[in-house]
Design a protein around this ligand. Structure first.
Ligand SMILES: *Cc1c(COP(=O)(O)O)cnc(C)c1O
Length: 388
């Protein structure tokens, strides 16, 4: 029996809490590749750390609990997690993915899986009719990001899950942007929730990791087979760091979201900014759906600068907010999707899905919001001067 009832406590006490062998309140870092066996086929549940490691197991059971899945899996990166999930499918089959999908997911589908005969269709999953139209007889799965990178397009996960159930398709949700603190796809009907734990779950821009939670035992068994067979596992030390990070996920996400709301207000009022994308804005498309499934708008914002020429000055004028790939860390980060995160997406597809060259993506950190806004404000002011 669990000694707690609420999600905020599961972040701290969930999964396998402490160490049964010593009473340590934290799961030790079992930095070992192999485990002694008492006799042939007689062991304590662990044989070899690719197959299973106690530190990784504590993290895996934690993400399973947080996402409400039957089992969890920890990988060396978000892309290793995506790759393992896609390896569930066969040559001749097809996966539908959100058209604003993470650039790396697009790349692995287009450049790797396609060579092995697993193909994909990009579809606007926020439009149920368009999604249904894209379902051909070879489709086996739908992979959704909500909100999707970088325009924060919202997909109705529960509605897509009903459609997937009707058509016998597996629903995979990349939950990186919301984390289980705000959004739990498996509770909304998804079969698999996955994460780049490099982002909010890790939260400190110091580890690369991926996590997967599977709805049922059958799917979990297939994923474990793939994880063990392909070997892209997370190391014990990184597993420990991630468990440590997740303990503060709740307080971090609250502060991230609170800062994001203030940043959105600020950006919308600024002359050098044309358009602000944030699913927490009541006028944003998908606002109601996002509110229902995630409770808030999260902490990722995209905005368009008013002038092309402003871009370089804006990025070069920032002093606190770092220009960097990635997101979800305690520090605020900006990036230029067209040349950074979405550079692997061909220009014509970028244009089609609305990623303009003037688009800036902001991952709002948990610094004092006054310092974040001071910095963005001075950079925008400079960029505005040069644009006019
Ligand atoms: C970063 C990211 C990934 C890839 O994760 P890595 O940890 O960088 O391999 C996948 N999906 C989304 C939405 C991401 O932001």
């Amino acid at each position: 029996m669990r000694a707690y009832r609420h999600f905020g406590s599961a972040l701290i006490h969930g999964g396998i809490y402490g160490d049964g062998a010593t009473g340590a309140v934290n799961t030790p870092i079992y930095q070992t590749s192999t485990f002694m066996q008492e006799g042939l086929g007689k062991h304590k549940g662990y044989e070899y750390s690719r197959t299973g490691n106690p530190t990784r197991a504590a993290l895996e059971s934690l993400i399973a609990e947080l996402e409400g899945g039957a089992a969890g899996f920890a990988f060396a990166s978000g892309m290793a997690a995506v790759t393992a999930v896609l390896a569930l499918f066969n040559a001749g089959e097809r996966v539908i993915v959100t058209s604003n999908v993470y650039g790396g997911t697009y790349r692995v589908l287009d450049k790797i899986f396609r060579r092995f005969g697993l193909t994909y269709t990009l579809a606007d999953t926020s439009d149920l009719a368009a999604l249904e139209d894209a379902i051909t007889s070879d489709v086996r799965a739908v992979m959704v990001e909500s909100p999707a990178n970088p325009l924060l397009t919202v997909t109705d996960i529960a509605a897509v899950s009903r459609l997937c159930k009707r058509r016998g398709l597996c629903l995979i949700v990349d939950n990186t942007f919301m984390t289980p603190y705000f959004q739990r796809p498996i509770e909304l009907g998804a079969d698999i929730a996955l994460h780049s734990a490099t982002k909010y779950l890790g939260g400190h821009s110091d580890i690369i990791a991926g996590l997967v939670a599977a709805r049922d035992a059958e799917l979990a068994e297939r994923l474990h087979f793939i994880q063990n067979a392909t070997g892209g596992i997370l190391q014990p030390f990184d597993s420990f760091l991630l468990i440590r990070s997740i303990k503060t996920l709740g307080v971090r996400m609250e502060r991230h979201a609170e800062n994001a709301v203030a940043a959105v207000d600020f950006l919308r009022a600024h002359r050098a900014v044309d358009k602000v994308y944030y699913p927490g804005l009541p006028q944003a498309p998908g606002y109601e759906i996002n509110k229902r499934q995630a409770g808030c708008g999260g902490a990722m914002i995209a905005f368009e600068l008013a002038a092309d020429r402003a871009l370089r000055v804006f990025f070069e004028s920032l002093r606190l907010v770092a220009l960097a790939e990635s997101l979800g860390g305690v520090e605020s980060l900006v990036c230029h999707p067209a040349s950074m995160t979405h550079a692997s997406m061909p220009e014509e597809i970028r244009e089609k899905v609305g990623i303009s060259d003037r688009l800036v993506r902001l991952s709002v950190g948990i610094e004092d919001i006054r310092d974040i806004l001071d910095d963005i404000g001075q950079a925008l002011d400079r960029s505005g001067v040069s644009a006019s």
